[in-house]
Design a protein around this ligand. Sequence first.
Ligand code: NAD
Length: 290
Amino acid sequence: MKIGFIGLGNMGAPMAKNLVAAGHEVWGHDLHAPMPEGVHGAISAAGAAKDADVVITMLPNGAILRAVAAEVIPAMKTGTVLCDCSTVDVESARAVAEEAAAAGVLAVDAPVSGGVGGAAAGTLTFMAGGSDAAFAIVQPIFEIMGQKAVHCGASGAGQAAKICNNMILGVTMIATCEAFALADKLGLDRQKMFDVVSTSSGYSWTMNAYCPAPGVGPKSPADNDYKPGFAAELMLKDLRLSQQAAEAADADTPMGKLAALLYETFVESEGGKGMDFSAMLPRFEKRHRG
Ligand code: NAD
């Protein structure tokens, strides 16, 4: 396939590299980042999109996605696919899909989980929204860049799945960290706490697979001075998107709202920027009630 790839940052670059390694012809464009080896450089987003069977975008946010889509869609051929893998708001995903449909272009919103490590290893999970026809065209590409792709429904369903998952993740991480801090103050050994909770009804991915306590459970960013991993500011971005969506859909999400507030305080005024999102544990350790 001929693939256009716009946004070759931390995630996009390794994803594009895997497409090249699988034998695809990739034309890339980025405002700042250099072209990864094997990716042909295009001078504009439209240049990367012209003649492409599929155009992939991996951009910072919905506003940038909308601007890039407005440039790219008119350059694309009828029946080709615009596949956005960024994490953006549901409304932007749907607006881009509508704009694409009006131009005879198919659209898929396909945010990912798995982070930079998953992008490099080709083990991302894709959660996709769009028509069956569009999903069928991009599925073989997902198989190269990832290990699992779930077709979640119509346009926007991929972004909806992503922000719901990450709202659970943020809330659960906070609960796990505050429970460890409470256990410390009760004189409960962290290893014993892990041994019990990881095999009891309080278990979760944050406890069992990504334990925020250093030296406890499988290796995680906690064992590397809380270097990300998944940075606290990216968690904040996703929690804000979940609150934006909850607002638009009139959904009551008190835990998600509080998680967004706590990560906002952590990132903006407590030194959490640049740290892994599990660094909530040392934050709670230092605090007192009230
Ligand atoms: P990044 O900032 O490293 O990369 C974004 C790239 O887009 C940059 O290289 C930037 O120069 C480029 N860009 C911005 N505006 C552009 C434009 N108008 N035209 C062309 N290029 C433009 O970010 P990232 O970590 O690669 O994340 C990309 C997306 O993936 C985000 O939506 C993020 O939320 C999501 N995501 C990231 C991770 C992660 O662990 N980093 C995990 C899952 C999802």
